[in-house]
Design a protein around this ligand. Sequence first.
Ligand SMILES: O=c1[nH]cnc2c1ncn2[C@H]1C[C@H](O)[C@@H](COP(=O)(O)OP(=O)(O)O)O1
Length: 292
Amino acid sequence: MVLLKLVKSTFSDVIPDLIKHSSNVTQWGLQRGTTILYIPYLPFNFFLEKNDLNSKQKNVISNISNLNKQTKMQATTKIVDNWKKVLNALKTNRNMGKLWSKAIEDHSEIDLEESKKLNDYRLAAHAFIWSKNDQSLWELSSKASIMMQMRFDGFIGFPGGLIDSTDASVVDGLNRELREEINLNEKYYITNENYFFSSVNHQRKIILHFYVKEVTQTELIGIEKAALDSHDYGTEVMGIIRPPLYDIKPGRGFNIFLQNQFVGNSLLQLLKTMSLLDILDNQTILKFIDSC
Ligand SMILES: O=c1[nH]cnc2c1ncn2[C@H]1C[C@H](O)[C@@H](COP(=O)(O)OP(=O)(O)O)O1
């Protein structure tokens, strides 16, 4: 990390546009004051292929590219460690209900290719449809609006469902479910590019695929309104909800929402996806769980 600080101060003069921004990453559990490089979205090859760079500059970019890989690995280890703390807090928090700690024990993450080998397992797929948020309530704001639903069984979950043998693919089955449950317009249909991660429950022999679709705030409101006309509205789907991501003191807001009952591993899917999309960092998630 110290090395990276050095790199930043030395090289930022050489290629100022390469180092877009550096940040304290306390949310990843690194010590305050630690600086890491935040590498721009453009791939390094983009810079290496630029004709106006001299060989020294290209060398610098190659070195930073290698450091970037190392930094990512270190940061990922920290994220994974912190994620374990989140899982542990979820398991041990008494206010979150026995059902929830069982859900965490029963589900584990599985690689997509690995999951294809479990061919006697049922498949289900659910979607995290969300937008960045530009609305605020008094002085409170949240970074995102996320679509979840109150189900017929009193549990909260994401729209989606079991994949049928008649569905041409997982994504086709998911879009069929989204049509039935939330009347999703086909222009928002999920594609393989929206795939995020998969979980498995070996006891119940089911694989849960999870997809993420970002839309604009206006589009999300349109999707929510259209859901009222869905086939399943009022029967399987009792209402569309948005998790209130607010941090309201004392102890109100998202931590109250966390005390609901969530179907399958949907709460894990919610927290993990918010963490990966940087909607809420792991430290904040831990704080919310601890204040349940
Ligand atoms: O949002 C969810 N996240 C993870 N797992 C979920 C979610 N919703 C349901 N489930 C589990 C529960 C079941 O084992 C299967 C399928 O349930 P469901 O979505 O109710 O399926 P149908 O609509 O009946 O096809 O996934």
